[in-house]
Each structure stands twice: as structure tokens, then as C-alpha cells.
Design a protein around this ligand. Structure first.
Ligand code: FES
Length: 99
């Protein structure tokens, strides 16, 4: 068995943009490599510029305390700059666009 990474598909609503996340890339990094523009600034989980809602799927975080409240997490908000998918995911990010 190799420990090759899985590839997960991201669908960004409402624009219906799709891209794949491969390896240990964050949702934001993979979007940029796929020419999908998501809002971002700090890229380290503190500024919340990238905040959006996870419609379906699961993510894990590259840092211990991403700048999300417990309530936001419970409501399904994620920070794509420090989130890695562990399943295919659907994001709700009205400010996303294709470049
Ligand atoms: S870009 Fe700042 S929290 Fe994601």
C-alpha cells in the first residue's frame, strides 16, 4: 500500500464551480491552482476573509484553533485557507469566481 493522497472534488455554489483537491493542499490553495478565485487575505486562519459555509462534506484543519467560534463550526462555517477536505465537499461562497 502506498500512502498516496486521495483526490476530493469541491463544488462551489451558487456559481457551480468545480475543482479537485489533491495531496495536502487546503481548499483555498487547490482553488487557486485550479483558477477558482475564493476570497482570501491572511491565509493562516485568523482574518476570516475566506469564511464560507460548508453545504456538505467534511474538512479537517491544518491548525489547532482556526478563527471560528464553536457556534460557527456547528452552523457549518469553514475557513478554506486552513481547511483540507476529507470527503468531496460543497461550499457556499457567493463571492467565488473563475479566473
Ligand atoms: S484567508 Fe484569513 S482566515 Fe482564511
Amino acid at each position: 500500500m502506498s500512502d498516496s493522497f486521495e483526490i476530493f472534488t469541491v463544488n462551489v455554489l451558487p456559481a457551480d464551480l468545480q475543482y479537485d483537491v489533491e495531496g495536502d493542499l487546503s481548499l483555498l490553495e487547490a482553488a487557486e491552482m485550479s483558477r477558482v478565485q475564493l476570497p482570501s487575505s491572511c491565509r493562516n486562519g485568523t482574518c476570516r476573509t475566506c469564511l464560507c459555509r460548508l453545504v456538505s462534506g467534511e474538512v479537517t484543519y491544518t491548525i489547532e484553533w482556526p478563527g471560528l467560534s464553536a457556534q460557527e463550526k456547528a452552523e457549518g462555517y469553514v475557513l478554506p485557507c486552513v481547511a483540507r477536505p476529507t470527503t468531496d465537499v460543497v461550499l457556499d461562497q457567493p463571492d467565488a469566481s473563475a479566473s
